[in-house]
Design a protein around this ligand. Structure first.
Ligand SMILES: Nc1nc2c(c(=O)[nH]1)N[C@H]1C(S)=C(S)[C@@H](COP(=O)(O)OP(=O)(O)OC[C@H]3O[C@@H](n4cnc5c(N)ncnc54)[C@H](O)[C@@H]3O)O[C@H]1N2
Ligand code: MOO
Length: 406
């Protein structure tokens, strides 16, 4: 194979290419009802059409009073009626009066303070209000949270439940978001057998499919698993070309390294375009990235830990860029619970268990398993420690970047 694409590139260079290609293939936007917005990329700023709260209202159940009526020791006020949440009656509070009020009810004209029920004493048509009540107590002011005209959400942000709920409170029934990428998932290899079927000598169960499907679903995507690819070049070619004209993203795992049966880079080069092949990372070195027909193409290495590391470190930035997500994901740093020695030049991703100590320090305890086939160590861990390029000798207690995955 001729190599007119970058190979063995630095991780940061690979990340830059992934982001650039993803952004160049931004998915179109659509305006969809709120319930379909969760987890998606907002594509247009949201300007508040109304204030929040929309009107002054009571924060507690009790009595709406005029603060000027209150006296040092306490005072009896005439109970003139009630203002419950839901309908503004328009009944004002005149001097010497109070109104019964509930949480969320509009403040009656004339009243500026709410006295909670537990502090007051009702006797017939009068209410005893103790002294020492602050002016404005338990009143939620119109616009204290949001002023009409505020830009409350920004294009490029991820729509968390709280953000969708904020849009709902502003009365917006729908938001403009990026379409989510459609994803086809392939596993490949003659040695792979469906879980549930017995293993013949030389076979293993396909575990990457579940790993990938779960990782993709955790991003809110709805991947489609295709039948497993055999190590047969014609069948690989037909299946990948079929998927490439129907999906936004095709993800394969396995068959991207140097073996005689590693056909995928060849198919991508013949029928598409390779953006890069092989990244200076461990695990995940043979990672292949390209475009074919209408899809972006990620060829993940077959080892399960390589699948995890390449997806977290480069796959997620790709789907973020395709959706125009500009808000960076939360980044975490932790202290090493044990030293790490790394002699090689590649950026390394090491499995670790994160836990917070009582004094508020986040610790990353590296798992001693190193083989990129060792899935149990992935299941026992919840994060990948990012060990920077070049030989590293990191003492226990050193601060490191971690990618949290569980
Ligand atoms: N001579 C070289 N050999 C290898 C190199 C290299 O550069 N030169 N790279 C090594 C590295 S690093 C990795 S990672 C693997 C990646 O190889 P492939 O992506 O081509 O993957 P396969 O050979 O198909 O599989 C690797 C490994 O993973 C197992 N596998 C594959 N798919 C699944 C699945 N769906 N579920 C569970 N396990 C799976 C497969 O049986 C192999 O054991 O290559 C090294 N070799
Ligand atoms: O890079 Mo391979 O992915 O080390 O296992």
């Amino acid at each position: 194979m001729t190599h007119e694409f970058p190979s063995r590139l630095r991780f940061d260079d690979a990340l830059a290419i992934v982001r650039e290609v993803g952004a160049r293939h931004r998915l179109e936007t659509e305006t969809v009802p709120l319930r379909h917005c969760h987890g998606r990329a907002l594509a247009a700023d949201v300007v508040a059409p109304i204030a929040l709260p929309p009107f002054d209202n009571s924060a507690m159940d009790g009595f709406a009073v005029r603060h000027a009526d209150l006296a040092g020791e306490g005072v009896w006020l005439a109970l003139a009626g009630e203002q419950f949440a839901g309908v503004a009656t328009g009944q004002p509070v005149a001097t010497g009066q109070c109104l019964r009020i509930t949480t969320g009810a509009p403040m009656p004209r004339g009243a500026d303070t709410v006295v909670i029920k537990e502090d007051a004493k009702v006797s017939g048509d009068t209410v005893w209000i103790p002294g020492g009540i602050a002016r404005g107590a338990h009143v939620r002011a119109a616009g204290e949270d949001v002023t009409a005209g505020d830009t409350v959400l920004h294009a490029g942000e991820r729509l968390s439940p709280a953000r969708v709920s904020l849009a709902a409170s502003l009365g917006l029934p729908a938001l403009t978001v990026s379409r989510r990428p459609t994803v086809a998932v392939f596993t490949s290899g003659d040695e792979l057998v469906e879980p549930g079927l017995p293993l013949q000598p030389g076979q293993i169960h396909d575990s990457n499919r579940e790993l990938l499907m779960g990782l993709l679903r955790a991003e809110g995507l709805e991947p489609t698993a295709w039948p497993r690819l055999p190590d047969e070049p014609r069948q690989v070619e037909v299946a990948l070309r079929d998927a490439a004209c129907a999906f936004d993203l095709v993800i394969t795992c396995g068959a991207v390294s140097a073996g005689e049966k590693d056909h995928i880079p060849d198919v991508l080069q013949r029928f598409g375009e390779v953006h890069f092949w092989k990244v200076m990372m461990k695990p995940g070195m043979p990672l292949l990235f390209g475009s074919m027909d209408r899809c972006r193409f990620l060829g993940l290495p077959g080892n399960p830990v390589s699948v995890l590391a390449t997806w977290l470190a480069l796959g997620r930035p790709l789907v973020d860029a395709m959706q125009g997500l500009e808000e960076s994901r939360p980044s975490w740093r932790a202290r090493l619970a044990a030293p790490i020695e790394k002699p090689h030049a590649r950026r390394e991703f090491q499995r670790a268990r994160l836990s917070a100590s009582d004094d508020g320090v986040l610790w990353a305890d590296p798992n001693p398993a190193t083989g990129s086939n060792r899935l149990r160590a992935v299941a026992d861990s919840n994060a990948l420690i990012v060990v920077p390029e070049g030989p590293q000798s990191l003492a226990a207690g050193s601060a490191v970047e971690v990618l949290v995955y569980a």
